[in-house]
Each structure stands twice: as structure tokens, then as C-alpha cells.
Design a protein around this ligand. Structure first.
Ligand code: PNS
Length: 164
């Protein structure tokens, strides 16, 4: 039987507990999940592509069927080249839907055999987003209830390490 691989693409700038919740859900639905850390040309990011990839890797190390890769280019083409059957996206609230709807249709036009699958986040993460984390962090607020420990360490510094 063929292995059903799903990609979970995003900017992950930074990776949040809401993202982790979606990866954990996807890892229970698919045989393998690759978190695809993408260069998003329309956004200037807080963290470099390599830092984002490393922090997602550290944050998902407890999940045996999850890998993390970074990529630059068209997601649909990349998903075909990886042999993926699905793209996973998390939905938090209705306002996410318009953007997701447009992206899913564009990706389907480019790669008709790949399904976009939406997974709903846990209620407790419905208001968590990377942009809110960046904003709180910018003003020196406490982001510990929004991000996994590796991200907290990288952004705020852990004993013996300097923040990025
Ligand atoms: O976390 P984000 O920023 O909402 O993720 C958006 C992302 C990175 C998945 C999207 O911008 C993307 O797929 N970028 C790669 C380029 C591409 O394929 N764009 C067309 C999608 S319609």
C-alpha cells in the first residue's frame, strides 16, 4: 500500500502552538507529514528561512512521522515533486476562509490531483497567530502561552543562549 504523504505548508514566522496542534492532528490522519517552511515573497519575515525550519524541526521532534523541509518556489509544483496526496491548512475562524479558499483553488488548478485538506484548530488556539506573536514580542510582552519552548528560547533567550 502506498504511503499517504501530506504537506503542511506555511511561513511559520514564528511557529506557534496553534501550528503544532495542526501538525499533531495531521500526523494522526496521514501516514507521513512534511511541514513545508516556505519563503513567502509577499511578506518580510522576522526569522530567516533556516531559523524557521530549525525551530519547526525542534518543536515537532516528538512526532515520528513528521519531517520538516524548507522550500522556495511554487507550492503546487513542489507538492507534486514530493509525491504528496494532500496539502493541509489549519482553519481558526471564518475570516481565514476567503484567503484559504483562493489559495486552495489556485493550487488545485496547478496540481489537480492534490487535495487541500482543512483541519480545525483546538478552540484554545483559535486566536493565536504568528502576527499576534510578533506584535506581542515586539513590545516585550509574554509569548510563552503562544509558542513551543524552542521558539520561546530563540525569541526571548534561554539561560546560556542569546535571542535571535
Ligand atoms: O503561513 P502562510 O504565510 O499563510 O503560508 C502561505 C504559503 C507560504 C503557504 C503560500 O504563500 C505559498 O504557498 N507560497 C509559495 C508560493 C506559491 O505557491 N504561491 C501560490 C499559492 S496560491
Amino acid at each position: 500500500m502506498s504511503v499517504r504523504l501530506a504537506l503542511y505548508p506555511g511561513s511559520f514566522d514564528p511557529f506557534t502552538l496553534g501550528h503544532l496542534d495542526i501538525v499533531e492532528r495531521a500526523s494522526r490522519v496521514f501516514d507521513r507529514v512534511e511541514v513545508t517552511v516556505a519563503e513567502n515573497t509577499s511578506k518580510k519575515t522576522l526569522l530567516s528561512l533556516e531559523d524557521r525550519r530549525r525551530l519547526v524541526t525542534e518543536s515537532t521532534s516528538h512526532l515520528d512521522n513528521v519531517d520538516v523541509r524548507s522550500f522556495t518556489g511554487l507550492l503546487a509544483e513542489y507538492a507534486v515533486s514530493r509525491g504528496a496526496c494532500a496539502l493541509v491548512r489549519g482553519l481558526r475562524q471564518v475570516s481565514d476562509f476567503e484567503y484559504e479558499f483562493r489559495m486552495a483553488f489556485a493550487n488545485r488548478r496547478l496540481a489537480p490531483d492534490i487535495e487541500t485538506v482543512f483541519l480545525m484548530t483546538s478552540e484554545q488556539y483559535a486566536l493565536v497567530s504568528s502576527s499576534i506573536v510578533r506584535e506581542i514580542h515586539h513590545w516585550g510582552g509574554d509569548i510563552s502561552s503562544f509558542v513551543p519552548p524552542p521558539v520561546l528560547g530563540a525569541l526571548c533567550g534561554t539561560p546560556g543562549s542569546d535571542p535571535i
